[in-house]
Write a protein of this length. Sequence first.
Length: 632
Amino acid sequence: MKKLLFVITALLAVAASAQVTVVDSSQMALTDSDAFFPQLYLGSPRSMLMYSSYEAARLMLKPLDGTSAQVVSDNGFPGFSGRFTPDGKVCYVTMQRGDNNLIYRTGHLYDPATGRDKVVLKPQHGAVKAIVGSKGVAIVGEKKSWNLKKAGLLCWTQGPNLYVARNGKVRNLHPVDGVTGYLWSSISPDGTKIAFVAAGKGLYVCDLNGKVLYELGLFLMPCWLGSDHIVAMSNSGNVRLTGSHIYVMTVDGKRTDVLVEDAQSIQPMTIGNTVVYTTREGQVRWLKKTKKIARYILILAAAAMCAGTAAAGRKANSEKPRVYVNPGHGGHDDDDRYEPFYNQAAHDTVDYYESDSNLGVGNALVDLLRKKGYDVYTSRVNNGTYDDLDLFEICQLAEDSGADMFFCIHSNDTGTDARVNFPLALYHGWTGKPVSAGSDSIASYVMRRLYASKATCWSREPMISGDWTFYPQWGYRTGLGVLRYNKLPGMLSEAVYHDYLPERERLLNKDYNWLEGWLHSLAIDEYFGRLGNYGKGSISGIVRYNQLRVDSAMTKTYGDDAYQPVSGAVVRLFDAKGKELRTYTTDHLNNGYYLFGDLRPGEYVIKVDGIAQRASKVSVRANAPSYCNIFF
């Protein structure tokens, strides 16, 4: 190890005075495994590598002089957040889940020389992060911050906001239009430029007033290599977290070179002429390589996974819960699930993309939660290619938002000729042992609400599973990419199976998407103890003929889905005194679905034109769905 430190020091000295072209050289392992999101400190009193454990449960320091690693913290899931101060101390953030299921974040300063850990920013709700500035490190919170004035010039992101602060004075920039969030912002060493990622659109460079100077393409996690070059990882597209390269490029984008060709190389970080990055295998290594820029030391570590939260007793009932909503897929791209089908009622082939119905559910959920007084962030509000974010981006946006919950929306597909229909919830970890405490509770609330729906037909009871248990073929502790780097309590909902034809026909109806969003919102209310905060209900159902579906010979169905839905049925809503309030005409996509939402509690009557003798009485309760299916 002492020999390695000598080599690193010598090479750094060469880098300061020469530009040399060097081919790939040998690699040396610094750790065997379980070292993720590395940060490097090269200075006095000793050089150190900081890294996180697999689920961010521990934050570790490993001196490069060969002495034993030490634990910075193993409480409150401090991993991924640590930053070195100029004098070799560590700033980091912990998370605690309160009795109200809100997340509170605390700022810490740790001194490796003494082992002393000091709370420098008391627990607060919302986003809190350690940010490296030109003069030091600040821990920035939405309510209060620590060391912000003394940190000099620095920048950070939260949702659709890019903040720049100089000596404690903060400005909000919006350099790129039409994005749901910015990520990984940093100011160049000469203090004139900001590198950042606009979610879905890629890497940009702007000046300190937010004027875009350069667009550099689809790269993630940029960091400055001097003031004229940037190191970043590739946006890995369909391969996502399992395939990426590290690139080095000129700040104007005129030259881009592969710095590390390993298909598992991600998460770069720079300090001086040293580049730190991670690999999925979990080893810490170093590598010599240049591209006619300078001589670099490359220290490799490993890709991190999702982390959890620790319980806390803090209460703040006046604070709004914050939810990050991720409508899955996006943009009708290759990773979307496209399943067109011939619709017998419409006498035409109908397109179906999962991304469309996911977005319909997501937009409904976002709108409902905001009406109920939540703070809500979302990964997309449209369905173009730019909205199909990399999974790594989504995880980082959720963490950046300061959310209390991550909620991912999908529908399911067997991938075979089998046809089933049941709700499935996946959270990060083993079944019964979520990485992030509370995730199993959220999943349970969601599944119970979905399974009680009478606007669909199920083939079996719902299923709740940890993603490590559900996907054993993916390898030990791998799991879903969208949950892998996410420290928040949360889940992925596969509410229905869209390859079950009656369900796919219903998913084409935006009001049916609203119903799913409504059910999700009630489950989220239950988790946060806020079921009494809205006071409205709904009535929905399906109008069917009392005869088998026209495509019954070729369509697998369950329960009442065997009967033909009525297209163009006029459904009328009356109050208890007989006053007509609303009408709804079922669409022509063979689903027969109708909805009356946002109803005050009380007694109502449902009638359908053509069934003069039939009037169905329905009771509506606050914060609950009511159902009324009707047969001709």
